[in-house]
Design a protein around this ligand. Structure first.
Ligand code: BEZ
Length: 210
């Protein structure tokens, strides 16, 4: 069954490079990013994991825990970690989950048989502190992901959760945002005392709240 936005992220237990993990317990009250890669000791995956390790302080700043996953074993993950550090200049600093029996890949629908029968595709799930899935995206094996975009979506989701604003096309942190339609003008006066610009009654632009 595909996982849809708003669904509860399935819970599981797994071995990882940081020891056994019980997913929901490990997430605690944090946000989470769970992402799969096709295989250890492959070139694109090596660059991706190095980049996620480099960006770890950015995820920490946003109270986001990150975990990677493939159908390989913990022993393989640990051997590969040496290559990642050597070639990408960043040591693995987040758990890589092992899924040799494909239990988690199946739960999260990360194996797409028409792409590859056995390997996970490049799935990404962003999970909120309420354990609900806030974003899911799927990339092909041959395309490395843009993790700056994942951070951008997290920033947008956290702004929505905190301030009842949405973010427009190509928004970047610090840019103007949009008051969500469910907030009336009356309520907006309290929420946004600095005012806003009404372009259309349904398009109200406001400075990004801090
Ligand atoms: C890679 O990570 O380079 C890769 C993995 C599987 C298929 C194609 C590329």
């Amino acid at each position: 069954m595909a996982i849809r936005l708003g669904d509860t992220a399935p819970d599981f237990t797994a071995d990882s490079t940081s020891g056994p993990i019980s997913f929901h317990e490990w997430l605690g009250s944090s946000w989470g990013v769970l992402f799969s890669h096709p295989k250890d000791f492959t070139p694109v995956c090596t660059t991706e994991l190095g980049e996620v390790a480099r960006l770890k302080p950015e995820f920490d700043k946003r109270n986001v825990k990150v975990a990677g996953l493939s159908v390989d074993s913990v022993a393989d993950h640990k051997r590969w970690a040496g290559d990642i550090e050597e070639t990408q200049g960043t040591a693995l600093n987040f758990p890589l989950l092992a899924d040799p029996d494909r239990k988690i890949s199946t739960l999260y629908d990360m194996i797409h048989p028409n792409a590859d029968n056995t390997l996970t595709v490049r799935s990404v799930f962003i999970i909120g502190p309420d354990k609900k899935v806030k974003l899911s995206i799927t990339y092909p094996a041959s395309t490395g992901r843009n993790f700056d975009e994942i951070l951008r979506v997290i920033d947008s989701l956290q702004l929505t959760a905190k301030h009842s604003v949405a973010t427009p096309v190509n928004w970047q942190h610090g840019g103007d945002v949009i008051i969500v339609p469910s907030v009336s003008d009356e309520d907006a006066k309290t929420k946004f005392p600095g005012g806003w610009k009404t372009v259309k009654p349904y398009l109200r632009i406001v400075r990004q709240p801090e």
